[in-house]
Design a protein around this ligand. Structure first.
Ligand SMILES: Cc1cc2nc3c(=O)[nH]c(=O)nc-3n(C[C@H](O)[C@H](O)[C@H](O)COP(=O)(O)OP(=O)(O)OC[C@H]3O[C@@H](n4cnc5c(N)ncnc54)[C@H](O)[C@@H]3O)c2cc1C
Length: 373
């Protein structure tokens, strides 16, 4: 593609991956970006997410492949954000994992998992050390871990800034209210065939389920509050047998409190039970949440394959990037870099496939289908 810079690429879905990819490719091709929404991404997983960049904390459940990929991706975020025309809140201040004295055994299990994954990437804290890092916390936490390398960003700001940047580029055509389907490599937009693209890149998240039988949605419920009385310097996670919780502080005293993880594709609003659990657990972390203003309580679906690992699939002229599950913000710089290198015929960073050999799947070309471009 590098020798023919003005080829045409269709990107389906303008959520997290679609926007990032369009931005990374717009200097090399004409981009048609299709989304079913009006351009605000408000039904995407990207809009709901806490956007924590937590390779270490996530490794306890997700394993070393995600951790290694996440560590690589975390290093890419600062450069990626620096290339945007407006600033986006990004912080790499570490994260804090907390447990009450009664939950010692759960805490020890988690610490054992982290020790096995990356023993040098965490510090064990006692009650005094916890309060030194986060002086406003309820003083009852007996056990803590500090994960110094972890980060977070403001997801909604990122989506907004990317939208503004893409809209200002003449090489990018953003099609709103554009429902995209793939039928045997054929792109249909609002039911009409669209033939003009050299490549079609499917970034529809859970919307790609119609063409990918092994994709599923994993429900997450999340609450946003504004709490002027709360000051936290970094994301805080609570280890709890029934109410595992995180609180991610965003600019202007906004906090994302989440998130349930339920094996269900139910898209209805959160239940009273989930809201009660999340809110009471966050109050147990910091009593200043008592006076917080609840901005929203919402649910969404994380797109996941059976093994909860992401994958880039290439078949003919169609590429799919999907399965980012609960790690979309963490891993998207790697996914986008992988796809960009593939399309530009540049060497793929060998560390990606070393961390996760299944990350790239190139399937045999479909038989005798008309190719355009
Ligand atoms: C509650 C919650 C908390 C999370 N917290 C974190 C976190 O802290 N850290 C982290 O790394 N990740 C987190 N995630 C995960 C992250 O949000 C996702 O992995 C990521 O958004 C997936 O990106 P995507 O681009 O594949 O899909 P999405 O962001 O969902 O975007 C898909 C886009 O495709 C569009 N679309 C779908 N179907 C069609 C169609 N047929 N035609 C046209 N357009 C279509 C949608 O409108 C949407 O805009 C969280 C997710 C949830 C739900």
């Amino acid at each position: 593609m590098s020798s023919q810079p003005k080829r045409k690429i269709a990107i389906l879905g303008a959520g997290l991956l679609g926007r990032l990819l369009a931005w990374q490719l717009h200097e090399h091709a004409h981009i048609d970006l299709y989304d079913q929404d009006l351009g605000n991404a408000d039904e995407s997983a990207a809009f709901l997410a806490a956007a924590m960049l937590a390779p270490m904390a996530e490794s306890a459940e997700s394993g070393r492949g995600i951790m290694h990929l996440g560590q690589l991706a975390l290093r890419l975020w600062p450069k990626l954000l620096a290339g945007l025309p407006e600033p986006v809140f990004f912080q790499q201040n570490g994260s804090l994992v907390l447990a009450f004295a009664a939950d010692r055994s759960h805490f020890d299990t988690l610490r054992g998992q982290l020790k096995g994954n990356a023993p040098e990437d965490y510090q064990t804290l006692d009650a005094a050390a916890i309060l030194k890092l986060e002086p406003e916390l309820n003083a009852r936490f007996a056990h803590g871990l500090f994960l110094p390398n972890e980060g977070q960003l403001d997801n909604r700001q990122l989506l907004r800034v990317l939208a503004g940047a893409l809209r200002s580029r003449s090489q990018v055509q953003w099609h709103t209210s554009a429902y995209a389907q793939l039928e045997d490599q054929q792109l249909l937009v609002n039911g009409e065939p669209v033939l003009e693209h050299d490549w079609v890149i499917d970034c529809r998240g859970i919307g790609a389920k119609e063409t990918q039988a092994d994709l599923r949605g994993v429900r997450g419920e999340v609450i946003r509050v504004r709490a002027p009385a709360v000051n936290l310097n970094r994301p805080v996670r609570l280890v709890h047998p029934r109410y595992p919780l995180y609180i991610a502080p965003k600019p202007e005293h906004t906090f994302v409190i989440g998130a349930t993880q339920i094996e269900s594709e139910d898209r209805r609003a959160p239940t009273v039970r989930s809201a009660l659990e999340l809110l009471s657990a966050c109050f147990s972390v910091h009593s200043g949440f008592a006076e917080a203003e609840i901005l929203e309580i919402r649910s969404g679906l994380r797109p996941a394959y059976r093994n909860n690992h992401p994958q880039m699939r290439v078949k003919g002229r169609v590429i799919s990037l999907n399965g980012l599950f609960r790690h979309g913000y963490l891993l998207s710089p790697v996914m986008v870099d992988l796809c960009r290198s593939f399309l530009l015929q540049q060497p793929i960073d060998g560390r990606y496939l070393a961390a996760m050999p299944s990350l790239l799947l190139v399937e045999p070309e479909p038989l005798a289908k008309e190719r355009v471009g």
